[in-house]
Write a protein that binds this ligand. Sequence first.
Ligand code: SAM
Length: 292
Amino acid sequence: MPVSSDPIHVGSAEGVLYIVATPIGNLDDLSPRVMETFRKVDVVAAEDTRHSGRLLQHLGIQKAMVAIHDHNERDRTSAVIDRLLAGAQVALISDAGTPLISDPGYVLVREARQRGIRVSPVPGPCALVAALSAAGLPTDRFRFEGFLPTKRAARRSALEALVREPATLVFYESPHRILETAALLAEVMGADRPVVLARELTKAFETFYSGTAEEVARLLEADPYASKGEFVVMVQGAPERPAEAPDLDVDRFLTLLLAELPVKKVVRLGAELTGISRNDLYQRALALKDQP
Ligand code: SAM
């Protein structure tokens, strides 16, 4: 049951590090508890002090700020820890959403915990959770992979390593690469794999693109706004392989079917029966057909 008072923590030093989630687009998502936390802390540690300074200004709050970003997190951590040990209350925020989720803060939180400093979350928006909650894909298990590598070959390898993952996959992706990634998903995960892209969540042009990987890639190509805005990419997990699948002689299975049916049918049935991706089966079937 929700309570309105602060959680009670036992045996911690006096300073408190609050991990504060901020809106991912819609400022109305900023909770009263976030406001209260901003008011009571001594310092706001922010990824980009100019960006977050504007948010605080908009909220009518003036606070001392310290910048903690990917390039200085290790150096800045000790200064913030000293302040916390001296009893200061600090709010850690990122540019948008929940700190530490593909954002800086891990080094500071780990160090604070190791030093017995109380660390308390003030939860709120997170693009990953918002996207998943509305995508219509299974959420009982999901695997968040952050950003895919920027280089094309590395991105392909990263996806290939996830082809058999049964949990729903979630990625963050930059607008510059979204078209390429959508096409790559169809190629690597299989044209029929269910995919959902969530664009500009909580903002005026919030859009969900959903369908098979191939359909989503086409939808995106046809949309002039496709490479604008922020994206969460979600891919339904691979069907679980039946228990006997590891013993299956895939080549023999394909050879028998290919003797009776056209390749397309073999691939469709084979994927259904074995849980192996259509793409993998297709490549294997072609190789077998080419064999003398
Ligand atoms: N910590 C943030 C969070 O809690 O979601 C994520 C920070 S990460 C650096 C930024 C990425 O999150 C973007 O490139 C995009 O993939 C995703 N993202 C952030 N805001 C979004 C939004 N409003 N709609 C869709 N995706 C968003």
